[in-house]
Design a protein around this ligand. Structure first.
Ligand SMILES: [Zn+2]
Length: 372
């Protein structure tokens, strides 16, 4: 069991008020704060624009900005940019948290509630506009039909205007799901039933006696039969710990083609796992240094090999999978170094840090040189 800790929104608000330039942090909902982005300085023209946000599921919080596009865990931002405040946060929020205990109960009660009667099959045409958006998303993502027909959508309540990806059990029922926004909700593209323990998509169905595939993202996993989803590059360890060691030799890890995913692939390759390797022509299709299996399919990379159901046959994907050996490890290292990837994780912090503070620096320089 993973130990998680409830942190009330007020705690984030209190600390952000010490950071943002005008000291104003607006509570937008039970899980969202808005403020002027302290990373890029936010809009210069309009001092009232608040495009920085913090999203909390009660246990984890992400800070982001719709202007500079930064996405960063709150604790990480605090740690790297405001180390004194960070120590304070650890002491007061993590260690001495008694005053928040009562609220935790309310939080659990509130988030527990999922009204499954608000989820409809795509054959239901009660809300045609939202249904059309759902069908459009399914088509544009090229989601295989056999999966698409099991998806649901919602047009009312907490998960309104979302496409629902249920994590079915063997008896056809489900509790856990992902709810993908169908509009332009940049802030919260995916919603989860936060009070339920995280499940791993398809873990109950996957045949571990033959090759099985582990993806970061849910939609990516739809394109290869016998696949599971970890829910993120860094969650792979937790997922693997749920699978009996004797099956690990059959696991093929397919991380996204971004710096975080490639480093994770390197890490697990060294541990003896089979990993997917992004080749040059695949990486050329990436946008902002990111590419995943779904993007490859959308961009037609596998068009000539897709089977009738719209999936990539196992033999075709295995062409890009490296089996661990000393020789292949050297190959892997040389290959990605040549492509300009730093495989060592210690540089990771610097990478994010640099990205996060650069815009602020530029603004300071501008002010100094008198440019307004
Ligand atoms: Zn910003």
């Amino acid at each position: 069991m993973m130990v998680t800790k409830y942190i009330p929104l007020e705690a984030y608000q209190e600390y952000l008020e010490k950071i943002v330039e005008d000291g104003a942090v607006e509570v937008a909902s039970e899980s969202k704060l808005l403020f002027r982005c302290p990373i890029c300085g936010d809009s210069k023209k309009s001092k009232s624009k608040r495009r920085g946000f913090l999203l909390s599921d009660g246990e984890h919080a992400t800070m982001g900005c719709l202007k500079c596009g930064v996405r960063i865990p709150f604790y990480y931002y605090l740690k790297t940019e405001h180390s004194a405040l960070y120590s304070d946060w650890i002491m007061n929020v993590y260690v001495f948290d008694k005053e928040y205990e009562k609220k935790e109960e309310e939080f659990a009660k509130e988030t527990c509630y999922v009204d499954y009667s608000e989820f409809y099959p795509l054959t239901d045409k009660t809300a045609p506009t939202i249904r059309n958006s759902a069908l459009h998303l399914i088509n544009s993502r090229k989601i295989p039909k056999l999966i698409a027909k099991k998806l649901l959508y919602s047009y009312s309540g907490k998960f309104a205007n979302r496409l629902i990806f249920p994590y079915y059990m063997r008896d056809g029922s489900f509790k856990y799901f992902e709810a993908r926004d169908l509009g332009n909700n940049d802030i919260q593209k995916y919603k989860f039933p936060t009070a339920l323990p995280q499940e791993y998509y398809n873990l109950n169905f996957v045949d571990k006696n033959r090759l099985f595939f582990i993806f970061e993202g849910l939609i990516d996993s739809f394109f290869i039969e016998n696949s599971i989803t970890s829910g993120g590059a860094t969650k792979i360890g937790t997922l693997l710990s749920e699978i009996d060691k004797k099956y690990h030799k059959n696991a093929v890890l397919i991380f996204d083609g971004d710096i975080v995913g490639i480093r994770q692939a390197y890490r697990y390759f060294k541990k003896g796992y089979k990993v997917f390797v992004w080749n040059e022509s695949m990486l050329k299709l990436s946008k902002d240094g990111k590419i995943d299996m779904n993007e490859l399919v959308i961009k037609g990379f596998f068009d000539s090999v897709l089977d009738k159901s719209g999936r990539i046959p196992e033999s075709k994907i295995m062409k890009y999978v490296m089996v661990p050996s000393i020789y292949n490890l050297l190959e892997f290292e040389m290959y990605y170094s040549r492509m300009g990837f730093e495989l060592e994780e210690k540089l990771d912090a610097k990478f994010i840090h640099k990205r996060a503070i650069e815009p602020v620096k530029n603004n300071r320089n501008k002010r100094k040189s008198g440019v307004r």
